[in-house]
Design a protein around this ligand. Structure first.
Ligand SMILES: [Mg+2]
Length: 258
């Protein structure tokens, strides 16, 4: 039992930097699929990712939250900016819920609109959509290395499975397993996997996700690594509990010491 080895990876912030894509697809979702009287989509907005958005990205767990942030950044009245973002972030979840309510939006519908914006680009402008993602080549090399050592690769992402799959395919990576938000929480997915596989490690850039894994009796023996190169708050790096290790990109190849 448990003889097949498996290594797990988060996707966004671990395998690719998709910052340009998050900004682009969120704007496109508003341009094409979501009505809001408070914003106007000027084509110039696409040219450069807002610094406020970059600064707020570490708080995001699900894709639809990016739409909330983008909406508040580009709204005409009292837009979020580098200076006033702190109030929003102090009560991040409550504020996301407030913006949903104020606009009579439902999170699942926003997520569908983000997915539709991605699908639209895949259908109409695939190469340019791919170019909005920047791979971390050290991670790609690591995935190739473990494959040679007969360790299977699993990707667990909070984006739609199909979108992660398209990007990975373009990067010439074909993981044995890919799970998107459709498959449940990361704890649920890893719990199920731990019954079947010997899990050699999990690299993720969301500290709370790793803490959840470490607090679950079914998954608490999985070696957990916080990706230093991902979307981290500064405070995330400090006093990591439960033997979660902060992993630097340059140390990646040493973690299995094989
Ligand atoms: Mg991530």
């Amino acid at each position: 039992m448990n003889s097949q080895k498996l290594f797990l990876f988060d996707f966004d912030g671990v395998i690719v930097d998709g910052m340009n894509e998050y900004w682009h697809s969120s704007l496109l979702a508003f341009e094409k699929f979501i009505n809001s009287p408070n914003i106007l989509i000027d084509q110039n907005l696409y040219k450069q990712v807002s610094n406020t958005f970059i600064e707020m990205r570490p708080w995001v767990k699900y894709g639809w939250e990016m739409l909330i942030i983008v909406h508040q950044i580009i709204q005409r009245e009292d837009p979020l900016n580098t200076k006033n973002k702190i109030n929003f972030l102090n009560k991040y979840h409550r504020n996301c819920q407030r913006v949903l309510l104020e606009n009579s939006w439902v999170a699942e519908d926003l997520q569908k609109c983000l997915d539709k914006a991605r699908k639209y680009q895949i259908d109409n402008d695939f190469d340019n959509w791919i170019k909005l993602h920047h791979p971390f080549y050290e991670v790609i090399d690591f995935i190739e290395k473990i494959k040679k050592d007969n360790i299977k690769t699993g990707i667990i992402t909070t984006k739609g499975k199909i979108f992660a799959g398209k990007i990975l395919e373009k990067l010439n990576i074909f993981p044995e397993l890919i799970f998107g938000y459709e498959s449940g929480t990361k704890v649920e997915i890893t719990s199920a996997l731990s019954r079947k596989y010997e899990i050699m490690g999990f690299i993720e850039d969301r500290r709370n996700t790793l803490i959840d894994i470490k607090q679950n009796p079914l998954t608490n023996n999985i070696p957990c690594y916080l990706a230093d190169w991902g979307y981290l708050k500064n405070i995330d790096r400090i006093n990591l509990p439960f033997e979660i290790k902060l992993l630097k990109l340059k140390n990646l190849e040493n973690i299995l010491a094989i």
